[in-house]
Design a protein around this ligand. Sequence first.
Ligand SMILES: Cc1cc2nc3c(=O)[nH]c(=O)nc-3n(C[C@H](O)[C@H](O)[C@H](O)COP(=O)(O)OP(=O)(O)OC[C@H]3O[C@@H](n4cnc5c(N)ncnc54)[C@H](O)[C@@H]3O)c2cc1C
Length: 343
Amino acid sequence: MSRTPATFIREGVSLKPFNSFQIEAEAALWTEITAEPDLLRLQDTAAFQQQPRFVLGGGSNILFTQNFPGLIIKVRIPGVTVLSEDDHEVVVRAGAGVNWDELVRYATDRGWAGLENLSMIPGETGAAPIQNIGAYGVELESVFVSLDAIHLESGDKTVFDREMCRFGYRDSIFKKEHKGKYLITSVTLRLSKRPQLRLEYGNLKAVLDADGARNPDIRDVSRAVRKIRASKLPDPAATGNAGSFFKNPVLTADRFHELSERHPTVPSFPAGNQVKVPAAWLIDQCGFKGKRIGDAGVHEHHALILVNHGNATGRDLLDLADAIRTEVQERFGITLVPEVNIV
Ligand SMILES: Cc1cc2nc3c(=O)[nH]c(=O)nc-3n(C[C@H](O)[C@H](O)[C@H](O)COP(=O)(O)OP(=O)(O)OC[C@H]3O[C@@H](n4cnc5c(N)ncnc54)[C@H](O)[C@@H]3O)c2cc1C
C-alpha cells in the first residue's frame, strides 16, 4: 500500500479476515494508519470528508450486519514506551495498534503487575478503554492513567484521564457521547512492582492450587488465566465469535429480590450496592444453549457466546440475538444489552 493520499485508500476490501465472527462483509473504502501523521494526512482526503467512517482495531468485539458503505480506518500504531519507573511502579504508554495480549506478556514477563488477570483477551490496546475490558475480577480502569485521542472531525488531540473516560462495567464515554467520534492513538497504564494478586474470582485460586503454585506470582496467575480461558472459550480462529455477546444485567437489590422470589435458583454476584445476574443463566433457562438456526448459533457450553458455524451473515446472528432478547424479556422482564458493537 503506497502512503500518498491519492493511493493509500483501497476500495472494496473484504472484512472477513478482520472480524473474529468471520462475517463476510465489504468495506467500500479501507485505509491503515501506523502513526498520528497518517491520520492528519487522511483528513485532507475527499474519502475521509465525505464518507461515514469506522475505526477498527482487532475486530473482536464487532458484528458487521451489512457491507460498510464508507471508510474503515484500521489502526496499526505500534510501540511500547516506559514513561517513568521507580521502585514501586512503572508507567507505560502503548500504541493503539499493540496487540493487547502482547502488552500483557510484556508487562508480566518484567514482573509489572496489574494486567495478569486480563491475559488472553483478544484485540488491540486502543480498544481496551472503549468497553473498559475486564476479566477475573479486574478491569482496565484499575491500571489506567490516560489515553491520547484525535477527534475525527476537527483533528484536535485530547488527553483523556480516567475521570474523563467515565468507565463503567463494559462501558466508557466512548460507547456513549463520544461513540465513533475519536480515534485513540495510545493508552498509558500504571503497573505495580508490588503485586496485590486478585485470585477471588471464579476458579482461579483452585487452578493455581491444582498446579501446585503455593505462593503464586503474576506469571503463575497469567498462566492460570490462560489455561482456564483456553479450556472454556471457543477459539475465534476455529469458530467465529466475539466472546460474550451480552452484558450481565445489573439489578437493584429490590428488583433482584422480586426476581429471586419467582426464580429461586437464579445465581447472582454483588456489584457495589446492586446485584449482577449472569446473562448466560437467563439465556440458558430460555433453552437457547447449543441452539442453532442455520449457521448462527449459541455455543453449546456457553449460552453467552454466539457463534458463526460457517457461513452465517451478520443479519443471521443479529436475528438470533433479537430472538434471545425477546425471550429473556418475556420470561424474566430483563432487557439484555449487547456488549458487542453492532455495525
Ligand atoms: C474469544 C473472546 C473472548 C473475549 N473475552 C473478553 C473478556 O474477557 N473481557 C472483555 O472485556 N472483552 C472480551 N472480549 C471482547 C474483545 O476482546 C474486547 O472488547 C477488545 O477490547 C476488543 O478489541 P479490538 O481491538 O478487537 O476492538 P474492535 O472489535 O476492533 O473494536 C471494538 C470497538 O472499539 C472501537 N475501536 C477500536 N479501536 C479503536 C481506536 N484505536 N480508537 C477508537 N475506537 C476504537 C471500534 O470502533 C469498536 O466500536 C472477547 C472477545 C473474544 C472474541
